[in-house]
Write a protein that binds this ligand. Structure first.
Ligand SMILES: [Cu+2]
Length: 419
């Protein structure tokens, strides 16, 4: 890849980003200095507060009478980094500082315990463009939880936001009180209230959690969502191989071994997993003027975060450059845990240039549900696993993006940099 190619990619990214930021001029939360002067300084959140609160009021079912208990300023500038988020899995043993967590045995079962809060906060979704979010642990998307099939996920949840929230898991959960909906168990949790959710991690796959308070679309769109990655247990796969395949033929010993081997590569406690480069991509969107349509689209919140910024053309990025492609080792297998939390649009998509990939819908099978495709779509809350192999590609930049052209131009456009 030559200097020119990087320069061109940077120019395209910059053009799209400038156009996006320009198009938001006048919307809530946009820093006018950035719009007018092109200065990449985030600020002026105050511009957005009045109008976004007004936008939150109509039809609001969970009350807004808790005064100013909220923690608007607490997490501002916490420096959410889409690149860091991409590869951070909270397993109880390892994860983010903003997520207190621990792992221990209880009644013969592994418990992975996390402390979650819901807070009102301000997040940056493009240079100078801020969004008044409701967020788990101050970040959008919320922390990625990772467990092994059969583990107990225990979440001590405290609502520090101004609105009533819940955590609803997309897992096979047998206890109605743990479903995180208004009509069961604790129902919605008002400001200052706490509840401990317990879910068995099952089935294996890529799943979601999100707030289920009403109005639902606002509680989701404001940022209260995240993913739960459940790693398959190779021993269980050996005993119940049928549950992990979309295949009706005979299961030979060889086939069983193949499935067990695949399960090991998916399980973070097995050495085979180290050979796979794993990433979490949450496709999300933001309605910055609260008109019921999205103005900004992204993977992991920041528009064009994985675009091309200023480079030295030799594989080095300018110091402090937050916009950069996802650098991958071409010899490694690439695995993307992909989820769609886009509100207001029914479908989002994932398209790779110069590459075809395997896709595992919901990640619940160990055989691909789509093989050799370059585009897949996900409806709201759908998720899956994308597996990519760039081992025969020449080093350089390979674009991937939503193949709704509009989404790509409004932020959901990225590059892999194969090295
Ligand atoms: Cu909520």
């Amino acid at each position: 890849m030559t200097q020119t190619d990087y320069d061109r990619a940077a120019a395209v990214t910059e053009l799209l980003e400038d156009r996006l930021v320009g198009s938001l001029a006048g919307d809530a939360g946009v820093d006018r200095r950035t719009v007018l002067g092109g200065i990449g300084v985030a600020g002026s959140a105050a511009l957005g507060i009045g109008s976004t609160r007004a936008g939150a009021t109509p039809g609001h079912g969970d009350g807004n009478d808790h005064g100013d208990f909220g923690t608007v300023d607490e997490y501002r500038g916490s420096g959410f980094d889409p690149h860091e988020f991409l590869t951070t899995f909270n397993t109880g043993e390892d994860g983010q500082e903003s997520v207190p967590q621990r792992v221990y045995e209880e009644d013969g079962r592994t418990v992975r315990e996390f402390e979650f809060t819901a807070v009102d906060t301000t997040i940056t979704i493009a240079p100078g463009v801020e969004f008044e979010a409701w967020a788990f642990n101050g970040q959008v998307p919320g922390p990625t939880i990772r467990a092994v099939e059969g583990d107990l996920i225990r979440i001590e949840f405290e609502n520090l936001g101004r609105h009533a929230h819940t955590i609803h898991p997309h897992l096979r959960n047998l206890s109605p009180e743990m479903d995180g909906v208004p009509q069961n168990g604790p129902g919605v949790l008002d400001t200052g209230e706490s509840f401990t959710y317990e879910w068995i991690a099952r089935p294996a796959g890529t799943h979601l959690y999100h707030c289920h308070s009403l109005p639902l679309k606002e509680h989701v769109h404001r940022g209260l969502y995240g993913t739960v990655v459940v790693d398959p247990d190779p021993e269980r796969v050996a005993e119940n191989p049928r549950e992990y395949v979309n295949y009706h033929g005979p299961i030979t010993d060889e086939f069983r071994d193949l499935l067990v081997e695949e399960a090991r590569t998916r399980n973070h406690e097995h050495a085979e997993n180290d050979a796979v480069n794993e990433m979490v991509m949450v496709m999300n969107s933001f309605d910055t003027n609260f008109d019921g349509e999205n103005e900004v689209y992204a993977v992991n919140t920041r528009a064009f975060a994985y675009g091309v910024g200023e480079t030295d053309g030799k594989g080095g990025w300018r110091a402090g450059e937050t916009k950069r492609p996802i650098r991958i080792d071409g010899t490694e297998r690439q695995r993307v845990y992909l989820a769609n939390t886009t509100e207001f649009d029914f479908i989002n998509s994932f398209h790779t240039h110069s590459q075809f990939f395997d896709y595992y819908d919901h990640g619940t099978t160990l055989l691909p549900t789509s093989k050799n495709v370059d585009t897949i779509m996900q409806t709201q809350a759908q998720r899956g696993i994308v597996e990519l192999d760039y081992s025969d590609h020449r080093p350089g930049l390979y674009m991937f993006h939503a193949h709704q052209s509009e989404f790509a131009e409004l932020g959901w456009m990225s590059f892999f940099e194969v090295i």
